[in-house]
Design a protein around this ligand. Structure first.
Ligand code: NAD
Length: 246
């Protein structure tokens, strides 16, 4: 049996790039996303290109949905070897004004969704002989920002969740790592990248003076989930053109 990789948020942006990378490497890939039309269309396109890609509609911020998705994947495909938690949302609001609904919405998807999906796949991954999880943190897990309190708090939480699960699940042969992308051109970041002042501010802080590409994030995630990284667990790898080094 081939290995099975599950990618939340795989219908768009960084998640889609991860889907394409694992599919190209011969994995059976399951996209788990809310965006049903988009997810199904990408699964169909990639299948027509000879890849083994499937789609399941689920809201990762609902624990029952996450459990159902993991159970369905295991029953249908007989194993779960990789989970990439890429589903995420961002809301910009002055930190003093963040409404409760927004704080909860962002934490529910970015932080709780990562926890729910990881918990949901854990027993199946253990039964599959072990595996690897990679979470999406962000440079905003490492420094503060105006207007992004909810997002930064969720990503700081993702870092700690990564470390706790890495410590806990090593005995089940499950490695848990995270990446902290800098500014990468995707639908989620495109609103910000259309603003010239914002662009200049970011690029001036990025030693490589460019935005990253989704494939560059996917390559690092592929490495962290591969056997090449067999002694690496609990790390948070920046992929940011040097931003955090400065
Ligand atoms: P994106 O908006 O292109 O894709 C996010 C995907 O998540 C979408 O397909 C969306 O439908 C899905 N999604 C949202 N809520 C969901 C839910 N409740 N259940 C299931 N699916 C849901 O965003 P992206 O830029 O690809 O970002 C992916 C991840 O990378 C996010 O966690 C984001 O915070 C992180 N990240 C992105 C950047 C960047 O510059 N793009 C930088 C750092 C971190």
């Amino acid at each position: 049996m081939g290995k099975v990789a599950v990618v939340t948020g795989g219908a768009s942006g960084l998640g889609l790039s991860v889907v394409e990378r694992f599919a190209r490497e011969g994995y059976k890939v399951v996209i788990v996303d809310l965006a049903t039309g988009q997810g199904e269309a990408h699964a169909k396109r990639l299948s027509e290109e000879g890849r083994d890609v499937h789609f399941i509609s689920a809201d990762v911020s609902r624990q029952a949905n996450a459990k159902e998705a993991a159970e369905r994947i295991y029953q249908q495909f007989g194993g779960i070897h990789v989970l990439v938690n890429s589903a995420g949302i961002i809301r910009r609001k002055a930190n003093v004004d963040v409404p409760d609904e927004e704080l909860n919405a962002v934490l529910n998807v970015n932080l709780n969704g990562t926890v729910y999906m990881s918990q949901a796949v854990q027993p199946y991954m253990a039964k599959s002989g072990g595996g690897a999880i990679c979470n999406m943190a962000s440079m905003l897990a490492h420094y503060g920002s105006k207007n992004l309190l909810s997002y930064a708090a969720s990503k700081g939480g993702v870092v700690q969740v990564t470390k706790c699960l890495a410590v806990d699940w090593a005995e089940h042969h499950i490695r848990v790592n995270a990446v902290s992308p800098g500014y990468i051109e995707t639908p989620l970041s495109s609103g910000a990248t259309r603003d010239p002042a914002f662009n200049e501010r970011i690029l001036s802080r990025t030693p490589q003076r460019r935005y990253g590409k989704p494939e560059e994030v996917a390559a690092a995630i592929y490495f962290l989930c591969s056997d090449e990284a067999s002694f690496i667990t609990g790390v948070v790898l920046p992929i940011d053109g040097g931003l955090l080094a400065g």
